[in-house]
Design a protein around this ligand. Structure first.
Ligand code: ZN
Length: 508
């Protein structure tokens, strides 16, 4: 135990415990779910946030979890990859008591007033009020297991340990000889099983028996373990609802099914990415333009709607988070090489962040035919086009397009220094003057001006108004275009409805 003043003052024997705030009348029958409920009620009365740091679930997922906890339910979160399911389950520990007394040395953290295991019952019978007491912190009371088909009853519930039996002279099947699995070790805490449908049928039966009766069979020996555990689960919704994946009696014992979802609005997505991505780089100044954040977030939004991407596995929020980290690193690398003190990501850094994107896309057949790189590039381009429209839908940029149509060309690599780049960009008539929709003041660092001007060129390219080669040379769009007119209009966004965030309650 830690030696903080509060823990030093904690009772160390059963006798002291009885006379303390951890009295028998208070703790004897207080189950984990009562404790979660009591502490949650206090949090609600105090008007405190229930899950700080969980963004975008305030009106949807959080109230349903609150109701599940108030109902003392075991519950399951159903959602796709990267919807903060594990994070929410772990955050349940914030609803546990700071200190939980147990019989010192007990493998299943027995309640001193109601011990389950033979060892502790014998110990208390012998030592009475002198029985030593120890404490669990809230974080120690969370056990998590990723379900896989090879998880066994021994892993989950326990096994008969023949060495223990031989050493202690006990009969096999005596509870002295049990080697406890994860679930008994989670006694008086929270046990989370992720991807529940991947658990083999007979393990689900074992789990059900312990939820229902507190009984388990270990290698044919019946052992009674009426554990005190709050069980929580997560699963992919399609796996969970597929016939035969979950045995019916187990499903029946899960009190609440709660659907998670991806961020409902771009703003929520940006806030989550800003919170989760590692951004503390050692530069004098890191400036992430708003449009860079929007493009990165829109990649995920566009991907979630794309037919080439597998809807059943979804597009994790980890995509924009990893992408943001990679984008920053590419900008950091450019600043280091060019000895610049201000790090400002550019659109070209997003293309350079492909390694953080491709691995997070599960492709459908059509996507596989095209290849992951091509699909990712298309997503980035679509995200740029939508973001460009937010800022420049009403701007007259014909002068810039004309400069290229008259034969103007500029090469802008992602490693070019800001001073080199700005010299070239200033030659494009009308470009620097058109950056006002991005909120650029006169005294902005040159790195930010370059990033903004490049965004305009990338936006024009995303709408096929100017061309760009593999070597990042911007030039006039090649005429005539080979692709059919319909296709071109669609890509230009001509008939496309304006971007709208998905309905946040669409899962209902
Ligand atoms: Zn015990």
């Amino acid at each position: 135990m830690s030696s903080s003043p509060s823990s030093r003052a904690l009772p160390t024997t059963l006798g002291e415990l009885r006379k303390s705030e951890f009295s028998e009348s208070r703790l004897r029958d207080r189950r984990v779910k009562d404790e979660l409920r009591d502490n949650l009620m206090q949090r609600l009365r105090d008007g405190q946030s229930i899950f700080p740091g969980v963004i975008g679930f305030d009106d949807t997922v959080v109230p349903q979890i609150v109701n599940a906890v108030l109902s003392r339910h075991n519950f399951i979160l159903l959602g796709l990859r990267g919807q903060a399911k594990s994070r929410i389950l772990r955050a349940l520990t914030t609803l546990l008591d700071t200190h939980t007394p147990y019989v010192r040395g007990c493998e299943i953290h027995d309640n001193p007033y109601a011990p389950l295991c033979r060892r502790c019952r014998d110990l208390i019978a012998q030592q009475g009020d002198a029985t030593p007491i120890d404490y669990l912190a809230a974080d120690d009371r969370y056990v998590e297991k990723l379900a896989t088909p090879d998880v066994t009853i021994a892993d989950l519930i326990g096994d008969i340990d023949p060495i223990k039996a031989a050493r202690g002279g006990h009969d096999l099947g005596s509870e002295f000889t049990v080697h406890y699995g994860l679930l008994p070790r989670a006694n008086r805490g929270i046990f989370a099983i992720n991807e529940l449908p991947d658990l083999a049928g007979k393990i689900q039966v074992g789990l059900f028996n312990i939820m229902q009766e507190g009984d388990v069979q270990i290698k044919g020996y019946p052992v009674r373990l009426p554990l005190d555990v709050a069980l929580v689960f997560s699963a992919n919704p399609e796996d969970y609802t597929a016939r035969g994946k979950i045995i019916t009696p187990l499903k029946d014992r899960i009190g609440s099914e709660i659907r998670t979802h991806y961020p409902g609005t771009l703003e929520e997505g940006i806030a989550i990415t800003a919170q989760e991505a590692w951004q503390q780089r050692k530069a004098d100044r890191v400036v992430i333009p708003r449009f860079v954040r929007e493009i990165i977030e829109r990649i995920a939004f566009v991907a979630r709607e794309d037919k080439k991407i597998d809807k059943r596995s979804g597009v994790s929020q980890r995509l924009p988070i990893s992408c943001m980290e990679n984008v920053l690193s590419n900008a950091e690398r450019r600043a280091l090489v060019n000895r610049e003190t201000v790090v400002v990501p550019r659109v070209s850094d997003i293309y350079a962040a492909m390694p953080a994107i491709t691995g997070k896309l599960e492709l459908e057949y059509e996507g596989e035919m095209k290849g992951g790189d091509v699909v990712a590039r298309e997503l980035i381009r679509a995200a740029i086009a939508k973001t460009f429209d937010v800022y420049f839908a009403d701007a007259d940029l014909a002068q810039i397009v004309q400069w290229f149509d008259l034969g103007g060309e500029i090469r802008l690599t992602d490693t070019a220094s800001a001073s080199d780049a700005i010299a070239g960009l200033k030659k494009i008539q009308g470009l620097v003057e058109r950056l006002t929709p991005l909120g650029l003041g006169a005294k902005e660092p040159v790195e930010l001006q370059v990033s903004s001007a490049e965004f305009v060129l990338e936006g024009l390219h995303a709408h096929k108004r100017i061309g760009r080669s593999e070597e990042r040379v911007f030039s006039a769009e090649k005429q005539p275009r080979r692709e059919p007119v319909v296709e071109r209009d669609r890509e230009r966004g001509g008939d496309e409805p304006p971007f709208r965030p998905r309905n946040r309650r669409s899962f209902n």
